[in-house]
Design a protein around this ligand. Structure first.
Ligand code: MRU
Length: 362
């Protein structure tokens, strides 16, 4: 089967602006929004124009380039970080950008910068920040390819997989995380079928994953989240593949709400549960899942479906947008540095020091 690049892209850097595909309108409409300031990137992130852990990291990095042009880097670093709390990729990308900014600050302090060379220096800083943002995007794209290959190797021939949320090119800079594994397995001729969970309440599964699967001509059926147990019991599901927004040092993994219940069900049905995420999602500074901040989004997103009320007037709701899957339920974490197996506390740390492409066993 011939391999081509994925058909969907969620952001495009245009040097003076960042273009974002408005994911709130998919699949009905394809509208690109142009962001010329870091503030517009921050609000687009908050409002889910752009979403998915690696994609919001990339967008934030470009947001800092725009901020450099506005001479507002410190404000941007703070404002972009506050846009969404759970995905650590945002913090990771901003820390990389901050490092470049600090290096320039130090150089200026060292040579006691004068007004006339100030402009020249701002230009070089913008160029360096832009190069870093492009590197973040490129690395994510390449990491998707590595994870795709490694994850696909874990699957049997004629694999039937189940996935939640959207983890494809709309959520990353490339093929995707869990979706990248699905894509690679499909192109390796190993994949029979995908069950995509609709992912209530924001419907990333039905609006975005179904859209991407269809674009890539990958055989799939959409199911409601509540159908997962029944299908695990009655069909031969080979694996559950999910992405991640933050992986704690002990392997506990935050991902889209509903992931935890899938993991519990997978354990009961003895189906391997794989997390697929780039190393930028691994947060060794957070010891366990208990310390991961869980974003609470507007309850309107629960009480309404695409602007239409589905509950009695005055009904109260909750909307934790993510949950944490305890590492005990995870068979392996597929990263761009290799497939990490339990015990995760040990092996994630080892992998951190060892570098790419090795498989760690207990
Ligand atoms: O709220 P979202 O749509 O940003 O949530 C996205 C997810 O939970 C994904 O599974 C996650 O970012 C990892 S895959 C790129």
């Amino acid at each position: 089967m011939s391999q081509t690049l994925p058909k969907t892209k969620s952001f495009r850097w245009k040097k003076t602006s960042l273009q974002l595909l408005d994911q709130r309108l998919l699949p009905q409409k394809t509208v690109w929004i142009t962001c010329k300031t870091w503030q517009s990137v921050a609000s687009a992130t908050r409002e889910m124009v752009v979403r998915g852990a690696p994609a919001i990291g990339c967008a934030a990095a470009y947001g800092v380039v725009l901020a450099a042009k506005q001479k507002q880097i410190p404000q941007a670093l703070k404002g972009l970080l506050a846009a969404r709390p759970t995905a650590v990729n945002l913090q990771w990308a901003l820390e990389r950008m901050e490092k470049i900014h600090n290096n320039f600050g130090m150089q200026n302090a060292d040579c006691g910068i004068k007004e006339d060379i100030n402009k020249k220096n701002q230009k070089s800083e913008i160029a360096a920040l832009e190069a870093e943002a492009i590197a973040i995007e490129t690395e994510d794209r390449l990491s998707n390819q590595s994870m795709g290959r490694l994850g696909s190797d874990l699957l049997p021939q004629n694999a039937i997989v189940m996935t939640i949320c959207n983890t494809g090119s709309l959520a990353t800079a490339g093929l995707g995380t869990a979706f990248g594994v699905i894509w690679s397995a499909h192109h390796a001729g190993k994949l029979k079928h995908v069950y995509a969970l609709e992912t209530r309440p924001y419907l990333q599964g039905s609006r975005l994953t179904a859209y991407e699967l269809q674009q890539e001509k990958i055989p799939f059926e959409l199911i409601t989240d509540s159908m997962a147990a029944h299908l695990m019991k009655t069909e031969k599901i080979s694996a559950i593949l999910v992405g991640a927004d933050r992986i704690a040092a002990n392997g506990d993994t935050a991902n889209k709400i509903g992931t935890y219940s899938l993991a519990v069900l997978a354990q009961h049905h003895e189906i391997p549960f794989y997390v697929v995420a780039p190393w930028s999602t691994v947060d060794l500074r957070t010891p366990t899942g208990q310390q991961i901040p869980i974003e609470e989004r507007s309850t309107k997103e629960v009480l309404e479906v695409q602007g239409k009320s589905i509950a009695p007037k005055g009904a109260r709701a909750r909307h934790p947008a993510f949950d944490v899957t305890p590492s005990i339920l995870i068979r392996a974490i597929v990263t761009d540095r290799g497939v990490v197996k339990p015990p995760f506390s040990n092996n994630l740390r080892l992998q951190h020091y060892r570098g790419p492409f090795s498989t760690l066993h207990s």
